[in-house]
Write a new protein. Structure first.
Length: 314
C-alpha cells in the first residue's frame, strides 16, 4: 500500500481524522475489533487518549499521516508502514496470538494440501495474507494454486457457512466464529512442520522518533507502558474477570472470547531478538506487497526501540 493510498483511507473516513483534539492527552490509534488491543481498550493508561478505529490498517495510516502519536498493529502492518514513515518505531509487544485457518470438511478439505483449487478467503496486505502464504507454502502451494476470495474479517465466517468460500485465513475471534457456525463441518488446519501453528503474531504498540525525542510525550509513554503491564498481568492472571469488559470493547460475545483465549498471550515487553527474526522472515512478503526491494536485516533492526520498555521496567 502506497502513501497516497493510506492518505486516501483517511480522506474517505473523516470521522477518524479528528484524533488531535484540544487536550493534553496523547492520541493513540487502536484497532477496536481485536482482542489483542485489550490492554489499551479496557485499561486506563495515564496521559493517553485512545482513538478507536475499525481495523489495524486505519490505525497504522493515522500514525503514518501524523494524526496520532502512537498506534497499535501487527508486525505485518509495522513492516509495511515503516517504509512510508521511516521514523516508525516498535516499542512494546502488547499481545501474541496464534492464528488458525478454518475450512469446510464438506468442501473436501482435510489439510493444507487440499486447498489446491479451493476458494480461500483472506484480507490482502495484512497478517491474514502473510499467514495464508505461510500455510500454503507448508504444503508446497502458493496463492496462484487457490482461488483467492478477498474479504474483510467479519465477512469470512458467513461466507464459509453460505458456501461462498471453502476456507479462511484470519485472526481471532473470526476463526472461532467460523468454528462455532460450521460445527462438525469445521476443520482447523495446521502446518505439519510447525504444529499446531504456522504463524505467531506479535501485536505491538508503535510510535515515531519525533515522539520518543519529546520529553513530555516520552514520559507519557513510559507511564502508559507501566499501566499496560499491570492490565496485561490481570488479563493473564484473572482473565474471566475481564472478559465482560473486553467483550463490550471489541464487540465479541464473552463465550467466543473464552474459547479463543488459549490462542493469546499478553507479554507487555519487547523481545527484540525474537521480533527481528520474525521481521526478517516477513520482509520478502512485505517487499512483494509494496513492489520494492527487500530491506537488509540492519534496517529491520532499526524499526525497534526497546528504550521505553526499559524505562518502564519491562
Amino acid at each position: 500500500m502506497q502513501r497516497r493510498d493510506l492518505l486516501g483511507l483517511l480522506a474517505a473516513a473523516p470521522w477518524i481524522s479528528v484524533a488531535r483534539a484540544g487536550d493534553a492527552l496523547m492520541p493513540v490509534a487502536v484497532n477496536q475489533t481485536t482482542i489483542e488491543s485489550g490492554p489499551l481498550l479496557i485499561g486506563n493508561a495515564p496521559g493517553l487518549r485512545v482513538v478507536r478505529l475499525p481495523n489495524g490498517r486505519a490505525a497504522s495510516a493515522q500514525l503514518v499521516a501524523g494524526q496520532v502519536d502512537a498506534a497499535t498493529g501487527s508486525e505485518t502492518q509495522a513492516t509495511l508502514s515503516a517504509v512510508l514513515q521511516p521514523q516508525l518505531r516498535i516499542i512494546l509487544t502488547l499481545a501474541e496470538c496464534h492464528y488458525r485457518m478454518v475450512g469446510r470438511r464438506s468442501a473436501g478439505i482435510q489439510g493444507i494440501a487440499d486447498l489446491r483449487g479451493k476458494r480461500v478467503a483472506y484480507t490482502p496486505a495484512t497478517s491474514s495474507e502473510y499467514f495464508l502464504r505461510v500455510m500454503l507454502r507448508s504444503a508446497g502451494l502458493d496463492l496462484g494454486d487457490v482461488t483467492p476470495i478477498k474479504l474483510e474479517p467479519e465477512a469470512m465466517p458467513p461466507a464459509l457457512v453460505q458456501g461462498q468460500a471453502d476456507a479462511m485465513a484470519m485472526w481471532e475471534p473470526h476463526p472461532q466464529n467460523a468454528i462455532d457456525l460450521l460445527g462438525k463441518d469445521a476443520i482447523v488446519m495446521t502446518d505439519p512442520r510447525k504444529p499446531p501453528h504456522a504463524y505467531f503474531e506479535r501485536f505491538n504498540l508503535n510510535t515515531t522518533t519525533t515522539v520518543l525525542n519529546d520529553p513530555r510525550r516520552r514520559a507519557a509513554l513510559v507511564r502508559s507502558v507501566r499501566t499496560i503491564a499491570e492490565v496485561s498481568h490481570e488479563l493473564t492472571a484473572n482473565p474471566r474477570k475481564h472478559w465482560p469488559a473486553l467483550s463490550q470493547a471489541v464487540n465479541a460475545p464473552v463465550d467466543v472470547i473464552a474459547k479463543a483465549w488459549p490462542q493469546f498471550r499478553f507479554p507487555a515487553r519487547l523481545d527484540t531478538v525474537s521480533l527481528l527474526s520474525v521481521l526478517t522472515d516477513m520482509e520478502p512478503w512485505a517487499a512483494s506487497v509494496q513492489k520494492r526491494p527487500p530491506r537488509p536485516r540492519e534496517a529491520l533492526a532499526g524499526m525497534m526501540d526497546p528504550s521505553v520498555a526499559r524505562e518502564a521496567g519491562r
